[in-house]
Design a protein around this ligand. Sequence first.
Ligand code: NI
Length: 171
Amino acid sequence: RYYPDPVLGVRCHSLGLPDDAALACIRRMFELMYEHQGIGLAAPQVGWNARVFVVNIDIEDHDPASERVFIDPQLTHPSQPPEEGEEGCLSLPGLRLAVDRTPQVNVRATGIDGVQFDLESDGILARCIQHENDHLDGILITARVSTLQRISVDGVLREMRDDWQQREEES
Ligand code: NI
């Protein structure tokens, strides 16, 4: 789903333990993410209202050992000054924006096996986790940038809204 699809702007529901349908959906999310050269994908981006996201920061080889599934994640982070870094989003094709994120983040989530786990992350993984977790609260990177940046991409966003509107009318 692409901006400004309404599913991207809502707070998603908890999933709980994944059943077979949820597992199939999670599998499909990995496929779509690889197809579009992403390192993370959140459930609302495939039209699924659930607090789930998948990550694989091994963009070259898609090593299955690097696949991570986060169900009903809860984020905490040590108090640190945020760092700016460039991010893209599969729901905002072509846009790259500088976003402030905490350099480290701790996650508690349910894994694909239904077992709760804790993960400490930093670097690109920490940035990706914060980006994907934002999706579960209906927050896109366009809401995380400076006013100046937002103004600079205003035209691109308007085009995306027009395209989306046109596709809606055609379907
Ligand atoms: Ni995104």
